[in-house]
Write a protein that binds this ligand. Structure first.
Ligand SMILES: Nc1ncnc2c1ncn2[C@@H]1O[C@H](COP(=O)(O)OP(=O)(O)OP(=O)(O)O)[C@@H](O)[C@H]1O
Ligand SMILES: NCC(=O)N[C@@H]1O[C@H](COP(=O)([O-])[O-])[C@@H](O)[C@H]1O
Ligand SMILES: [Mg+2]
Length: 390
């Protein structure tokens, strides 16, 4: 088979599936990897490998067998020490092993941003037992947000509103953390006016930005996003400056999702993903080049426009409410009955409460109308839970 480059994709969820489509359209061959079979990106890739991305030996083995031109992380939970070794040996890790390593650990990326780069973040302190949590909360003040240093999509995260909430929040973080480090970050609660994701692309000719994406989160997980979202020129300039500083420090080529809280003219860096962002799924309808197209272009050394534009659009998630491994869907025709709506059903083989199974997308005259349309469409899709085997 002839192809322009071979990509080993580490993680094969919904973001990976769209990335595979974008990369394949440009002529790449993609081997999709994840811990379970029939993951969304595997459904459209050239080949698949099923193993845990936390297993360094299996990761190395897959890289050695496939000899990819690019290793592209799609999830956070990866044995990043293996990525660093592979990079050392000449493999191209996207955007860089350092980016994967630092962003997988909230403490590493926070220390880099706040301490080394001097960027504005919320007040924070780390803790590895309940006494340290109490001391950290004295430093940040209450309310505060407690998160495992290793987790994503809000797992193990809670907002603490009084002293009595510290112990349950610590227990909850410990029960839901990934990896083996019982360590949390205690962050000052930011009473922001709104929050954004600034998609930032580091490519062969420099750094480009997408128009800011607004989003709303529940349980630390995204529910809906819209683009563009209004921001003052001063606020956008601050966000772009901070994003450029941090992506230049992480290095490599690719798209990053840089998250900010905005309060008045104050712009506070929250965290970032060195890969397409879930809230960026709105770009599937808002931009001519989606976040997945831009990631593929940057990685493959192809041109990325300097100016990126977005038509008013929104996305709204479709979540499961139960465990099942026999899923079916209905209501698609009703969901798509409004002009300017679209859907992605991820076809994950199993569900669990709050697992993201699909997303509704909409364009309209303004983002408020697009949000309503996307939410309506998402609500019309029904997930049916058949008998779970075993
Ligand atoms: N310090 C804070 N103050 C106020 N709200 C916060 C704070 N930290 C997190 N949140 C809220 O929780 C959401 C999720 O937090 P964060 O992005 O750190 O979690 P995550 O697990 O990394 O999620 P993801 O992997 O989806 O990005 C934020 O988008 C914001 O809405
Ligand atoms: N915030 C990170 C994010 O949205 N990641 C996306 O979710 C998938 C995991 O979903 P799952 O937990 O349903 O398997 C990941 O593979 C990625 O596509
Ligand atoms: Mg986040």
């Amino acid at each position: 088979m002839s192809h322009i480059a071979k990509i080993l994709l580490l993680g094969s969820g919904e973001l990976g599936r769209e990335f595979v489509i974008s990369a394949k359209r440009l002529g790449a061959l993609v081997v999709a990897c994840d811990a379970y079979d029939d993951a969304p990106a595997m459904q459209v890739a050239d080949a698949r490998e099923v193993f845990s991305m936390l297993d360094g030996e299996k990761l190395r083995n897959a890289a050695e067998r496939h000899r990819p031109d690019y290793i592209v992380p799609e999830i956070e939970a990866i044995r990043t020490s293996a990525l660093a070794e592979l990079e050392e040996e000449g493999f191209n890790v996207v955007p860089s092993a350092k980016a994967a390593q630092l962003t997988m650990n909230r403490d590493a990326i926070r220390d880099l941003a706040a301490h080394d780069l001097g960027l504005v973040t919320s007040k924070y302190r780390y803790a590895k037992n309940l006494d340290e949590v109490r001391a950290a909360a004295k430093h940040t003040g209450i309310p505060c947000v407690i998160k495992p240093v290793m987790s994503s999509s809000g797992k193990g995260q809670s907002t603490v509103r009084d002293d009595d909430g510290l112990e349950p929040a610590w227990d909850y973080a410990c029960a839901n953390m990934r990896g083996d480090r019982s360590r949390v970050i205690v962050e000052q609660f930011v009473d922001f006016d709104y929050e954004i994701t600034l998609l930032t692309i580091r490519h062969k000719d420099g750094v480009s930005f997408c128009p800011p994406i607004g989003h709303r989160q529940e349980r630390g997980d995204y529910q809906e996003s819209w683009q563009p979202t209004p921001m003052s020129d001063a606020a956008i300039a601050k966000a772009q400056d901070m994003a450029r500083t941090v992506v230049d420090e992480l290095g490599g080529h690719g798209l990053f999702g840089v998250e900010f809280f905005v309060k008045g003219e104050e712009v506070i860096l929250s965290e970032l993903s060195p890969r397409p962002h879930d809230t960026g799924m709105v770009t599937l309808v808002s931009q001519n080049l989606t976040e997945f197209d831009l990631h593929a272009r940057a990685i493959l050394g192809l041109p990325v426009p300097d100016q990126l534009r977005a038509r008013p659009s929104a996305s709204a998630v479709i979540l499961a409410s139960q465990n099942s491994d026999a899923l079916t869907y209905s209501g698609l025709a009703e969901a798509l009955s409004q002009p300017g709506t679209d859907l992605r059903i991820f076809s994950k083989p199993t569900s669990r409460p709050f697992r993201r199974m699909g997303v509704a997308l909409a364009t309209a005259g303004d983002t408020d109308a697009a949000r309503r349309k996307a939410r309506d469409a998402a609500a019309k899709v029904r997930v049916h839970y058949g008998d779970t085997a075993g």
